[in-house]
Ligand binder design. Structure first.
Ligand code: ADE
Length: 242
């Protein structure tokens, strides 16, 4: 999968996206992550990419022309109109389901805004999805773009080497993940749950399922309405359909 990130701060993106699991997937050729410097596309003799907002007000607005030309250069390389995300607190909040759904794309473009935003006319021209990563305001779209690229990338087949690690994790089936333990058996006067050492795989699965439901009930009860639970589980944990 190819990610093209349109930004005024390409070094911020390049650094972060070439380490750890994502970096390995890039090396293995499963992912291509490219930061495109919007400033390279300005036609202004002073290399300017922003200007004062019409109507007045604080801050600067990113101009349409450099953004559009940077986008067109990418679109030409791809050969069709790509799915293009504008990172903004005004969009719907990014979810695991969105990450999964986007992972089927071959190419995606991310536009990172800065200052007071981007000229509305270029957004109307190129953006297919407006996405927020949460109800708080950041200084730019780079971190949100990297959050999305990370979450989408791990849903691309082959990126996670242990194939099951994408299946039994938080939000699968609408539940949080069960707690994990490793050696030593006893640490800080606390023992690991005995069932995990029993060798009884069915018991272990049952215990993990229970932990997932209890955790979700405790920390994210809002998720339970949409979770995949059996009628029996709903009765057992007193979860209503209302
Ligand atoms: N840009 C600034 N804040 C943001 C947020 N919360 N999500 C996405 N883009 C943003």
């Amino acid at each position: 999968m190819n990610f093209y990130i349109l930004t005024l701060f390409p070094e911020m993106v390049s650094q972060a996206m070439h380490t750890s699991i994502i970096g390995k997937a890039v090396e293995r050729g499963l992912l291509h992550i490219e930061a495109i410097n919007i400033r390279d596309y300005t036609r202004d003799k002073h290399m300017k990419t922003d200007d004062y907002p019409y109507g007045g007000g604080a801050g600067m607005v990113m101009q349409a022309q450099p953004v559009y030309d940077a986008y067109c250069a990418v679109k030409e390389r791809i050969g069709y109109t790509p799915r293009t995300v504008y990172l903004t607190p005004q969009g719907p909040t990014f979810t695991q389901n969105m990450a999964k759904e986007m992972a089927i794309e071959k190419n995606m473009v991310f536009l990172c805004g800065h200052y007071e935003g981007v000229d509305e006319r270029v957004l109307e021209e190129i953006v297919t999805d407006y996405v927020s990563i949460g109800d708080y305001v950041l200084t730019g779209g780079e971190l949100p773009a990297m959050v999305m690229v990370d979450a989408i990338s791990r849903m691309v087949p082959g990126v996670l080497t242990n194939e099951t690690s994408g299946i039994s994790e938080s939000f699968e089936g609408g539940l949080l993940e069960y707690p994990q333990y490793t050696r030593p058996f006893q640490w800080n006067q606390k023992e690991a749950p005995g069932v995990l050492l029993s060798g009884d795989h069915q018991k272990i699965e049952e215990w993990r399922r229970e932990q997932s439901i209890l955790r979700t009930q405790k920390y994210r009860p809002d998720l339970l309405k949409e979770a995949d639970l059996t009628i029996k589980e709903k009765a057992l944990y007193r979860i209503s359909d209302l």
